[in-house]
Design a protein around this ligand. Structure first.
Ligand code: ADP
Length: 484
């Protein structure tokens, strides 16, 4: 047996219901593929709407107990989960690579990042406070308390199978909420293994349920319609986010939405070009470009455009494409064939409208869903990939002449998640950061995610923040108590 098959055969693959592994009520299961081979890794229980409602029964009845559990105890359970996750870091990294495709080095990075939310929110759990003040008119006193919102439904995507879960589960548990997690159907295994970590960390049964399903809408709709559910937190596409907000509106459910991005990355003519190339490699190629923060549009000042493009192309041509499990792989497969067809169609559209393919631009032979790392230059404004999220290893370069035109082009999108700028001029860095319509700006760096920072967007990239001191607020209601 290889290490991979050993790991797969030892995994929990049933639903986590009330702290226990439980088959789906129908006994149904669905397959999970390795995107590097297109072969089935294993199968997992396929939760039905009935299973969802059973999980909500548990979440609703455990809520009062969990909300009343001393914050220090909630904190210590999260901290134990952090330690346990670290002790199994290599298993988690291999599992992420097997079901999602990214390289092992990147999976190790995700384990570290994903675990950090457990540690950060174990620290935040004991710092939930309110305030007290005398009423200005002298007529009484104002007491403000923060209370857990209640049972939470968390729906997560496949691109960071661990971190997108811990980013929601950790603050919800820290705040005193019970949680139902619906992982993406492409990557349910990592979340099911995380369920084991929480069980081992001593999380009481019923506080956390994990419900993989092949039919997300059928599972989530009755939950969202049920008055016992009090919050939906979602990371995924803007289309599904809008649908969930519409469903939640009927009950005025609280929602947090981390949706699509269309990040601009601007390289000014005063940038350190080598640093800008390295930053672009991270902002663009990390996670095979499958990140909502990925640089989708690369605007480069015309005087340095050719120099930047040549250097970036050389770096991208040197990347090794292959199964994420191979030690020398930089770029793994895309998640599935549908995603690869989307990326391929976006590149073909740009090329047909006049973009120059400097390298790549090809679907690679199977097995597996590989696409060649690609650089497009002179991308015309009509190209679809300047408006839509690429979600693949494709760098699209557009030249610009002035700071004003770069800012206008960067903001010309319905999205507003991340932006990146490269410049050695501090005044310009601050001026442009202020002018960009996005929830996050990276200055001279290609990675901005940090458990201690508020992650989130504006415009159609959604609302709500994950991480930082802001992250726990998404799971707390404010109550004002008037004291005579
Ligand atoms: P992507 O297109 O990148 O897969 P999605 O927004 O479709 O992104 O998926 C993100 C998450 O949303 C996944 O867990 C998926 O199962 C879930 N999802 C998809 N459609 C719905 C829906 N109609 N209702 C609830 N969840 C959904």
């Amino acid at each position: 047996m290889t290490r991979a098959s050993d790991l797969i055969s030892s995994l929990p693959t049933d639903l986590w219901l009330a702290g226990k592994q439980t088959p789906a009520s129908t006994g149904a299961r669905f397959g999970v593929l390795d995107p590097a081979t297109g072969q089935k890794l294993t199968s997992v229980a396929d939760a039905t709407p009935t299973d969802g409602l059973r999980a909500l029964d548990h979440a609703a009845s455990a809520h009062a107990m969990w909300a009343a559990t001393p914050a220090r105890e909630r904190s210590e359970i999260l901290r134990r989960a952090f330690d346990l996750l670290h002790s199994r870091a290599e298993d988690f990294a291999l599992l992420i690579t097997l079901e999602m495709g990214k390289s092992l080095a990147e999976s190790r990075g995700e384990v570290k990042y994903g675990a950090e939310f457990l540690r950060w929110f174990s620290e935040e759990a004991v710092r939930i406070s309110g305030r007290y003040s005398p009423a200005p008119a002298g007529t009484g006193r104002i007491l403000v308390t923060k209370n857990p919102v209640g049972p939470v439904l968390a729906i997560t995507p496949w691109n960071f199978p661990l971190a997108m879960g811990t980013r929601k589960i950790a603050p919800a548990l820290a705040a005193g909420c019970t949680v139902l997690v619906k992982p993406a159907e492409d990557t349910p295994l990592t979340m099911l293994l995380l369920g084991q970590v929480f069980a081992d960390a001593g999380l009481p049964g019923g506080v956390l349920s994990i419900l993989p399903t092949s039919d997300a809408g059928s599972l989530s709709r009755p939950l969202i319609a049920d008055p016992r559910l009090r919050k939906v937190t979602f990371t995924g596409s803007t289309g599904v986010g809008k649908l969930l907000v519409a469903e939640a509106a009927d009950r005025m459910l609280r929602t947090s939405m981390e949706l699509g991005g269309n990040a601009p990355l601007i390289v000014f003519d005063d940038a350190d070009i080598d640093a800008a190339v390295e930053g672009t490699m991270l902002a663009k190629m990390r996670n095979t470009g499958e990140a909502c923060t990925a640089a989708n549009r690369i605007y480069v000042a015309n005087p340095v455009r050719e120099q930047f493009t040549m250097k970036l192309t050389a770096r991208i041509e040197a990347l090794t494409v292959g199964s994420g499990t191979h030690a020398d792989t930089d770029i793994g497969p895309l998640i599935n064939d549908r995603q690869r067809r989307t990326v391929s169609a976006l590149v073909d559209d740009a090329a047909s409208k006049g973009a120059r393919i400097r390298t790549g631009g090809r679907v690679l032979d199977g097995p597996g869903f590989f696409y060649s790392p690609t650089v497009l230059d002179e991308v015309p404004h009509t190209a679809n990939l300047l408006r839509e999220e690429i979600f693949g290893p494709v760098a699209a370069i557009v030249g610009f002449d002035s700071e004003e035109t770069a800012i206008a082009a960067a903001n010309d999108t319905r999205f507003g998640l991340a932006s990146y700028i490269f410049t050695e001029n501090l005044d310009r860095a601050m001026r442009v950061s202020a002018a960009l319509d996005s929830g996050m700006v990276g200055i001279n760096r290609g990675i901005i995610s940090d458990a201690a920072a508020p992650f989130g967007g504006v415009k159609e990239s959604g609302f709500g923040r994950e991480g930082g001191t802001e992250g726990i607020e998404e799971y707390l209601d404010t109550k004002y108590i008037a004291l005579q």
